[in-house]
Design a protein around this ligand. Sequence first.
Ligand code: AMP
Ligand code: MG
Length: 402
Amino acid sequence: MLSVEKARETILTKIPVLPPERVSLENALGRYLAEDITSTRAIPPCDNSAMDGYALRTEDVPSVGTTLVIDSILPAGVLPSQPMIKGHAVKIMTGAIIPEGSDAVVKREETDEDVGRVKINKVPQKRENIRFKGEDIREGQVVLTEGSLLGPAQIGVLASIRRPMVQVRQRPVVAVLATGDEIIELGEEAFPQAIISSNSYTLIGLIKAAGAIPLYLGIAKDNKADLNAKLASAHKADLILTSGGVSMGDFDLVRTIMHEEGNALEFWTVDMKPGKPLAFGSLCGVPAIGLPGNPVSAMTSFYQFARPAILKMQGSHDILLPRVRARIKEALENKGDRPHYLRGILERIGDDLVVSPTGPQGSGILTSMARGNCFMVLPKRAASLEQGSFVECEIFQGGYFF
Ligand code: AMP
Ligand code: MG
């Protein structure tokens, strides 16, 4: 059986990076850069004051208590009218341009102002309280590289260098099809054995949280005709996700239709728990991941396989969940012969990162995901992991950009 890593690698080889498109900064949040950004400006653009205080020549203040003549007041946004005169100070505001000849600013709190004069209560150091031209960004510097996620800070940097438009990767369209004769929509009238399609909601949420656009295809009955009919509009998508119908049951037909003409099955089953039944291939020429139907399995497999694929399409270089090592709060074991992705609560206690399972771990217990913030990855046949020993955790709670 394929390992999680090998299965992911196999999927990623079939996933292209999408073409770029131009967007304005207002629409750039959560997008991935499709170009390197070189600044045509220096930031700051001129040497300026980091404090409200007095610009002066350090050589004029050899000792504490030196008094200088105040020769002008310089607000931010006003150009200095003349170079510094020996023995003079310029009363300067934060952000105002440093007058030529001045090599330090002493902050107001370290001075006493009298009529027309100022007493300097410390010996200033050269360059003190000056923000130099280009100290943040030099002209010609690459400030952001292709593949970077544009969050508020990156968008701020783009604004500061006057880039109103940027090339980003297109957002992938991801089709979602739930399957199962017992599965109904939230608003449908329920029969006794009906199961509401929570997977439709979790998957649409996961797709949006990964930066893609969901294309919801509804729920297909467990027959080929309905599956194919519901998949008819999926050819517009960049990726298809189905849930259910990939197990051993007589009516698990998603895998079966991957064998039909025009489709393909690349592999079936992955060495993991939950999430063993997973079919990867293509449907109507579009890469397709047949996720298991159980709600926890569907989400776990999404995080391991679909999310990296969606992020790769957007050109991200950071496609895996963040990993940390944390101490387990209680002894655990995994007698099974597959790695177990337990849902855990990761928290900081004192100096330690500590993790404990969320409670019952059945693959149908969706509240185990809702209560948790990470997967605790227990290696296969891990006989006994003592309390306080380390496990790898993959954090699934993160920021959301829509
Ligand atoms: P299957 O893989 O089709 O045998 O489904 C496995 C289990 O997951 C069954 O108990 C289904 O009822 C459940 N299931 C399948 N699809 C969904 C769905 N869309 N929402 C919630 N549960 C589902
Ligand atoms: Mg089913």
